[in-house]
Design a binder for this molecule. Structure first.
Ligand code: ADP
Length: 628
């Protein structure tokens, strides 16, 4: 079920990406600045670990704008790249055809989607505004510098070059205007300054530029003179260190989209400062849709981890439990040492405290959303509910107490999603059981014979449509003292005394017939019984014991289930008020052979209604044809 989503999801992602690219060309600058900042983070981190003596004051980004020649440059003194890294990091994109793909904007081949997924918009976005891009770079500690040059579609070249200091210089030759597109903005100093403060204000290194100011020449009335001076364009305060009141939704959303490569605004945001046993700032987001690879094994969970503003790990998986793996964001703590290695970090007591506190924060936020904004929560549930249900089932139900109040299931009575607690408040007087039924879709479950009588008697049933649902409820065992029970299990008891007495009587009179049918069906069934739950259908299947029909179906559909797939103990229930019952009675008294054929046909029909695979379809068809 999750896999099928994949293709459609990545296609949608792609469409969105193209749209966002074509309407938001200006993001190229934040992408390049962000790469520069990452490169300086890497160098700073290396310096901390190896005592290279590089301090934050040594690191800066420098921009130039040359309006006449339509050239802008972005320079950093970060870690730089060697030849191999240049080829691997920047080469593949121009080579891969993904560039061409975006230009043509038509083909939606899966291979190309993957390429984009792998590389993000990133560096590549430079080609949205530049006809030619030159990257000159020298890796820290190495001798040779390299020059990478590309005009996009035709591929790229890499040559040795001269460069005095380490780091990277990117030169963009801005495109000429066309009839539809005007690129002049990107050659204007004021525009570039504006883009920096819009998208890159929080970058923790100074972004400097020579800015020109014109003013009236002293002693004249119409002569101007221009001065330039070096300005730092960004405030450098990371967004998560700012006060909530200083920030707008737009700023948060832009930050999220840039940092976590999404094209849509996040659905839920948590910005918190925690003090006490663990002291940290956290900025967390829940995406408004599942990333296209979310339910695949490629997806990697984790939060960015900062120690006093310095990035020490890009995806710290220990900060998130698996059931909240969809959360994106970052944590910045003063409690962690900068020099800590990954292995040490795993055992760090402080990190464990932070993780625990973060789990609680996310859980509370979800509960708050569930209470205050049901629509938003249901949208969340549609994306990530499956993960929560898996979480409840995993680790032997270790986290079930934390997660049970986040669950939603479809309710037969409300005709929409409901929480377990809501179900319990609606329970009938004397009702001790939370009923559920499993199947492929709400519509299919709703038409199951087993749900008919229960609904008629006014009981509410939870309809379970995901494979994991029944396992999760079984793990939960009960909710507020109320046990869960499948309406498809044989021992659901909801008959009145009168009905029970009547059933007993029918049973006494037909024991021989039921025995006969059971004999005919052999090991296909555990028993054949008179049903109390059927209204209009002649037969249905239920199961004895904990291994349910649904579980047989799920395990049966797994490719590695092997030869000896476990089977539910099936019970064929017969409706004593149905016309066919008379016929069976008649056959039992007059034609036992034919009764056996009828038993088999009815059993197969019950299997079909249940959506289960039948063993011998040809035999079934022959039997029906024989009767016809
Ligand atoms: P992303 O940043 O998402 O990894 P990009 O396409 O933006 O994707 O960049 C690809 C890679 O190229 C980066 O991961 C980084 O290793 C390298 N890179 C890009 N810009 C720079 C830079 N200014 N200095 C050093 N390395 C860089």
């Amino acid at each position: 079920m999750a896999k099928k989503q994949f293709k459609a999801e990545s296609k949608r992602l792609l469409d969105m990406m193209i749209n966002s690219i074509y309407t938001h060309k200006e993001i190229f600058l934040r992408e390049l600045i962000s790469n520069a900042s990452d490169a300086m983070d890497k160098l700073y981190f290396k310096s901390m670990q190896e005592n290279l003596g590089i301090t934050r004051d040594n690191l800066e980004i420098f921009l130039t704008v040359d309006r006449e020649n339509r050239v802008i440059t972005i320079k950093d003194n970060g870690i730089g790249m060697n030849k191999e890294e240049l080829e691997n990091n920047l080469g593949v994109i121009a080579q891969s055809g993904s560039f061409k793909f975006k230009q043509e904007n038509t083909d939606t081949d899966k291979d190309e989607v993957d390429v984009i997924g792998q590389f993000g918009v990133g560096f590549y976005s430079a080609f949205m505004v530049a006809k030619k891009v030159v990257v000159e770079t020298k890796k820290y500690g190495e001798e040779t510098a390299y020059r990478w040059e590309s005009e996009g579609v035709d591929g790229y070249t890499v040559k040795e070059t001269e460069k005095d200091d380490y780091g990277t210089l990117i030169t963009l030759y801005i495109k000429d205007n066309t009839e539809e597109e005007d690129y002049d903005d990107f050659t204007m100093e004021y525009k570039i300054r504006g883009l920096v403060s819009k998208y890159s204000d929080y970058i923790r290194y100074p972004i400097k530029m020579n800015v020109s100011h014109s003013h009236l020449k002293e002693g004249t009335e119409d002569e101007y003179e221009t001065h330039t001076h070096l300005e730092t364009l960004n405030s450098m305060v990371p967004i998560w260190k700012k006060n909530k009141s200083e920030l707008t939704d737009e700023q948060y959303n832009e930050f999220y989209k840039e940092k976590f490569m999404d094209f849509a605004d996040p659905a839920i945001r948590i910005h918190s400062r925690t003090e006490g046993t663990a002291t940290y700032n956290a900025l967390l987001f829940i995406p408004s849709r599942a990333p296209f690879d979310y339910y695949s094994k490629e997806y990697e969970k984790g939060l960015q981890l900062y120690s006093s503003g310095v990035l020490i790990m890009d995806k710290c998986s220990d900060l998130l439990p698996d059931y909240f793996s969809f959360v994106k964001g970052l944590v910045d703590s003063e409690d962690l040492s900068l020099n800590i290695s990954r292995e040490m970090l795993q055992h760090d007591r402080q990190l464990k405290l932070i993780a625990k506190s973060i789990e609680r924060t996310i859980r509370n936020e979800l509960k708050k959303t569930l209470t205050n904004d049901r629509e938003k929560y249901e949208a969340f549930w549609k994306n990530f509910g499956l993960q929560i249900k898996y979480g409840l089932y995993n680790n032997y139900g270790m986290d079930k107490e934390n997660l049970k109040d986040l669950l939603l299931f479809y309710s037969s009575a409300e005709k929409k999603l409901t929480t377990l607690s809501e179900y319990v408040t609606r329970m009938k007087e004397g009702q001790e059981i939370i009923y559920f039924a499993s199947g492929e879709s709400v519509a299919k479950i709703d038409s199951l014979p087993q749900t008919e009588m229960l609904k008629e008697k006014g009981y509410e049933i939870l309809y379970l449509t995901d494979n994991v649902d029944e396992f999760a409820l079984q793990m939960l065992v009960e909710y507020e003292g109320k046990e869960f029970k499948s309406v498809q299990s044989s021992d659901v008891d909801f008959e009145t005394e009168e009905e029970k007495a009547k059933k007993k009587e029918t049973l006494e009179q037909n024991r021989d017939m039921l025995e006969e049918m059971k004999k005919a069906l052999g090991d296909k069934v555990a028993d054949v019984r008179i049903s109390a739950r059927l209204r209009s259908h002649p037969v249905c299947l239920t199961s004895d014991g904990a291994f349910s029909l649904e579980m047989e179906k799920i395990l049966g559909s797994m490719p590695d289930a092997g030869q000896n797939k476990p089977k539910a103990d099936k019970v064929l229930e017969i409706n004593a008020n149905h016309a066919i019952f008379e016929k069976l009675r008649f056959l039992c008294d007059n034609d036992k052979e034919k009764l056996a054929v009828y038993a088999d046909i009815l059993f197969t029909q019950a299997m079909l209604i249940e959506g289960m695979a039948i063993e011998d379809p040809v035999d079934y068809c022959n039997k029906v044809c024989g009767l016809m």
